[in-house]
Design a protein around this ligand. Structure first.
Ligand SMILES: [Zn+2]
Length: 174
């Protein structure tokens, strides 16, 4: 697991009411005197999945920064309070126009990793998923799709190494 470093920038103003916040405590948290909320910088949960068909795995070409043009596993950020599996299905529907089946037991990877900045962490939740219906049509923030085999995996240009490992795992599991 990567170390949690460098230190995340603490919040300086309350995101609700704009009150200047005091210096953070040892865990980076600080409390707003106006609304009473405590503020911490946390990893943002993202869900992704690998769909395997006929021995090949679907990967997406990123259409936006960071890492535009590199490969990743389709998925995206969870909404506030959203169930991770429902969020995964929603993201896949939005990005590719297809329906998938997956459950909590299909979560095979949990990896904190820096996203756009070194101190800006995501918590990637990686799933195996089964194709249900629809033909993948890239939309939204996806530039294209590719079906890749285990043999070509090492030579591909992934945005994040954990996605390469998620694809490898999904292909091994069939
Ligand atoms: Zn406040």
């Amino acid at each position: 697991m990567p170390s949690v470093s460098p230190e995340p920038h603490p919040f300086r103003f309350c995101p609700v009411d704009g009150t200047p916040l005091e210096s953070p405590d040892d865990e980076g948290g600080t409390r707003c005197d106006t609304c009473g909320r405590s503020w911490y910088r946390n990893s943002s949960p993202v869900v992704g999945c690998v769909i395997v068909r006929d021995g090949k795995a679907l990967v997406t070409v990123r259409g936006i920064e960071p890492h535009e043009g590199k490969l990743d596993a389709p998925g995206g950020f969870l909404l506030n309070g959203e169930d991770p599996v429902e969020g995964l299905k929603r993201e896949i529907r939005e990005e590719l126009g297809i329906e998938i089946d997956a459950g909590i037991g299909d979560c095979v990877q949990m990896v904190p990793h820096p996203y756009a900045h070194d101190d800006d962490f995501n918590l990637a939740l990686g799933f195996r998923a089964r194709w249900v219906s629809g033909d993948p049509k890239p939309a939204d923030d996806v530039a294209g799709v590719r079906w890749v085999s285990a043999e070509e995996l090492d030579a591909l240009d992934f945005a994040w190494e954990h996605d390469r490992e998620l694809v490898r795992k999904a292909l091994e599991d069939g």
